[in-house]
Design a protein around this ligand. Structure first.
Ligand code: HEC
Length: 120
């Protein structure tokens, strides 16, 4: 015999779980992206993608001319910065075009990779 209260709670939890995963899917697929929606970054993917960044940003973690160091930045600051370029809040032509092609997964992967590096 099924306990009515337990059944009600099971259904509620199910509804919550389904709603949460739909919200997560919607935030990953939908634009514009919001800061809190970034998934955990994949390090290997980040390293792969970083080849398009390190021509300007030194892996050594030293600023180079007008290019700031991005090594060791906290991931949330890194993600916020890239999203700000992507959605035009930060107005830098180079970084706007670099981030134009990046999705949340790429941004999170890059953030994870650069956060892990330490400056020389
Ligand atoms: C052609 C050179 C160039 C390339 C390539 C480039 N950047 Fe940048 N990046 C810059 C410059 C210049 C700035 C400073 C822009 C400004 O003044 O807002 C910057 C700023 C940043 C910042 C903000 C740093 C801070 O402290 O505010 C981050 C994060 C960043 N870049 C990440 C990346 C990533 C990740 C990539 C590769 C996907 C990349 N950049 C590719 C030139 C470049």
């Amino acid at each position: 015999m099924i306990d009515a209260t337990a059944w009600t709670w099971t259904r509620r939890l199910l509804v919550i779980a389904v709603t949460a995963s739909m919200a997560a899917l919607a935030s990953v697929a939908g634009a514009p992206a919001t800061e809190s929606a970034a998934p955990d970054g994949d390090l290997a993917y980040g390293e792969y993608l970083s080849s398009q960044c390190v021509t300007c940003h030194q892996v050594s973690g030293h600023a180079d001319g007008g290019v700031p160091a991005i090594v060791g930045l906290p991931t949330d600051a890194f993600v916020d910065a890239l999203l700000a370029y992507k959605n035009g809040e930060r107005d830098n032509q180079v970084m706007r075009s670099v981030t134009g092609a990046l999705g949340l997964e790429e941004i999170a992967a890059l953030a994870a990779y650069f956060a892990k590096l330490s400056p020389d």
